[in-house]
Design a protein around this ligand. Structure first.
Ligand code: SF4
Length: 493
């Protein structure tokens, strides 16, 4: 029983007809999935299975392989005819369109359908997705009484075994799908035409490429856009970037003088044109004068799980598990390094983290971080979790200073920062000998560090744990060493 469209290919068409076509006929152009994206998919299917417990005892019609939907469709028909009370992964085919609904529950006059999402809210894109499924199911002759999205409730706080009813939120979207539902038949006709057209639809790159999610053909469609281009103009709206691009202006230095930009954007363009740095010495001096020694350069790493593992934590809450600390007694003094990386032995990493942190941070001097909002937020979480230590944690919060400020406020801007004030861009711009500092590491970004540790915690990490620990330590250490080096450079201006 072949199908021409599925829910996922239909959604590709909704996003971009070129994506729909390429995915069918030129799959080899598709970008490889990143490790992070794969983890999101795995997480999604784990959440889907867990949500089945909201309606226990159902029959599972998940096909054995992705290409084996024929049997599931047949079994679904039988199950519905029998009036099965709960069906998981029911599959339907109508008009060449395949749809699989996560959970179907028998109701008085038909069925109620539930689509499970691992997000924490009902996103617009779900409405379209569920409208298509509703169209297929209703046209298979099934009376649907309601359709809902089941999503994660990020207000849930784990306390003991997972409480399924608290972990999930069920939201009926029956009213919301009615308008998109009416448009579905025409969309199906259109998408089938696109697939049969024999030629790649002409679609220009645009906002749809990264919104509401990143397209997996960007490597192909964006191949002529250089790594650094008008699309990297800091905080410029997508339509303005596209306006430049569509007028043939690709390089940052090509932006015309009369194109309306903010002061910071104009600074970015001018610095690129002249390959210069801009330094506001007075502001930087004042910033440095306000730093109190001994100085603690501090950086946290965090991880989160869709379904919380530790008591006192919520879905997706970012939990601290590691820090690196470089301590300097006076400006330009040799720094001493301290670090903490929690064991992955089932214990909540925050317990030993907070004790060690309080000890390592002493009782005087500033605590320098890069992006204060992040560390302050995590420290406030710890104060809430450990009320008996709250006073000491608030004392640390009061000592925080933010090294990002001189770069965020453009008191120091180099064309080498490419419009960014991320530490990964600031470090090589200010300290060229660290040019390949991050790229030479096995773990070279916070997202990977977070994922690796989360997998080590829940036992799904497939690499060598000892090696991974070394890589995590090396990565976090570089973040605070980078701060030492950046500060050193600021003292030289
Ligand atoms: S990268 Fe953009 S233009 Fe290309 S297929 Fe994806 S959404 Fe369409």
């Amino acid at each position: 029983m072949a199908h021409e469209l599925s829910k996922s290919t239909f959604m590709r068409g909704v996003k971009c007809e070129k994506n729909l076509y390429l995915n069918k006929h030129l799959k080899e152009l598709r970008d490889d999935l990143s490790v992070q994206q794969e983890a999101v998919f795995t997480q999604g299917s784990n959440v889907g299975e867990l949500a089945q417990q909201l309606f226990p005892g159902g029959i599972d019609l998940t096909p054995e392989t992705f290409y084996d939907f024929g049997k599931s469709i047949f079994k679904t028909k039988q199950a519905i005819a029998k009036g099965e009370p709960v069906i998981y992964e029911a599959a339907f085919l109508h008009n060449g369109v395949l749809a699989a609904m996560d959970i179907m529950v028998k109701s008085e006059n038909g069925y109620k359908a539930y689509e499970v999402k691992s997000s924490t809210e009902v996103k617009d894109v779900f409405i379209q997705d569920v409208a298509l499924q509703t169209y297929v199911i209703q046209n298979c002759g099934i009376q649907l009484e309601d359709v809902s999205v089941i999503h994660i409730n990020n207000q849930y706080v784990k306390n003991g075994p997972i409480d399924i009813n608290e972990l999930f939120t069920i939201v009926s979207i029956w009213d919301e799908i009615q308008n998109p539902l009416a448009a579905v038949p025409n969309q199906i006709v259109r998408f089938k035409q696109v697939l049969k057209s024999g030629e790649v639809p002409e679609v220009n790159i645009g906002a749809q490429c990264s919104n509401p999610y990143t397209c997996d053909f960007m490597g192909h469609c964006w191949k002529d856009v250089p790594e650094y281009s008008v699309f990297n103009l800091s905080r410029l709206k997508m339509e303005k970037r596209l306006e430049l691009f569509e007028n043939g202006i690709v390089q940052v230095e090509e932006v015309p003088d009369d194109f309306k930009l903010s002061d910071n954007q104009r600074l970015q363009v001018e610095a690129e044109k002249n390959k210069t740095e801009y330094i506001d010495k007075d502001q930087i001096k004042q910033f440095l004068n306000e730093i109190n020694y001994p100085l603690y350069h501090l950086d946290f790493e965090t991880m989160g799980h869709a379904v919380p593992i530790f008591d006192g934590s919520s879905p997706y809450q970012q939990l601290v598990f590691q820090y690196s600390l470089h301590v300097q007694k006076s400006p330009n003094a040799e720094p001493h390094h301290f670090e903490f990386l929690a064991e992955t032995n089932g214990e909540d990493p925050r317990i030993k983290f907070v004790d060690q942190l309080i000890k390592d941070l002493g009782d005087e001097g500033d605590v320098l971080v890069y992006n204060i909002a992040f560390e302050r937020d995590k420290l406030n979480d710890l104060a809430n979790l450990f009320p008996s230590k709250a006073e000491k944690i608030y004392f640390i919060i009061n000592r925080l200073k933010d090294l990002m400020i001189p770069f965020q406020k453009k008191w120091y801007y180099s064309y080498k920062m490419r419009g960014s004030y991320s530490i990964k861009k600031v470090l090589p711009a200010l300290v060229p000998e660290f040019d390949d500092g991050y790229s030479s590491l096995t773990i070279s970004d916070g997202g990977t560090a977070s994922l690796v540790y989360a997998q080590m915690t829940d036992g799904t990490y497939e690499g060598n744990y000892e090696e991974a620990r070394k890589d995590l330590l090396a990565y976090c250490e570089l973040d605070t060493l980078a701060m030492v080096k950046i500060l050193e450079r600021l003292f030289m201006v």
